[in-house]
Write a protein that binds this ligand. Sequence first.
Ligand SMILES: N[C@@H](CCC(=O)N[C@@H](CS)C(=O)NCC(=O)O)C(=O)O
Length: 246
Amino acid sequence: MSTGVTRGRRSSIIDFVRRNNSRKQKLLLYGNLYSPPCRIVSITLECLNLKYKLMEIWPLKGEHQTPEFLEMNPQHTIPVLKDGDDFTLSESRAIAVYLVEQFGKDGKLLPSNDPEKHAKVIQMLHFDATVFWPAVKALTFPYLLKQGPPPQEVFDAVNEALKTVSSLVRGGFVGSKAHMTLADLAFMATYSSLRASKLVDHKSFWYVEAWFKRCKNQIPRYDHCNGKGAKDFGKVIRERKAELEQ
Ligand SMILES: N[C@@H](CCC(=O)N[C@@H](CS)C(=O)NCC(=O)O)C(=O)O
């Protein structure tokens, strides 16, 4: 039976209904804003002007190992996003991509109609996930967990990653010369945390510093979604480092 709605039109109506339903549902972000991966999500939510509720989970208190949390994410990592009753997602960058694809309007954060531009942003998200953030984590977490200072190779790996970042951000943004993309948001969460920990000479990376300021000026409510969390993260690292050096 014909409904009088063509296939293309029907799918755009379904899409419209789906988006509107999703907007009525509450977005719940499980995690905390000390955590750099969680801040990839909070920055993305802010850039998309989406309301959400932060459900605080503190791994250092073991709250990521409760049966309820493990049911949501057997990998026991934060962040986790719940969009309504039926959709749960972990892995910060996957959550950020989901949010942009589900709720983004202008296609700038993750260009959807240009495979090459899209691929560049995904490439940079992978760089953040597999190189930049792991290097920063290997440097900061030994202090956070009171394990003692990491070996020199760990400092070298961060400096090497920063050299790469420097060439990526020179004169523009990460995934695109012209405007901020999701990759910039991920790099911001990682870099701001490293910067606040003061463990490397970040000021010598001029292009990175200039890019950082460019992004900071464009991210809405920057302190709320990233600045404060990064500052708090850095403060804990510096305090732990000072304790170790006593
Ligand atoms: N690849 C994950 C990493 C997340 C991650 O490492 N989160 C840490 C907190 S910053 C965590 O939940 N650690 C607890 C655990 O691994 O058990 C993502 O990007 O979401």
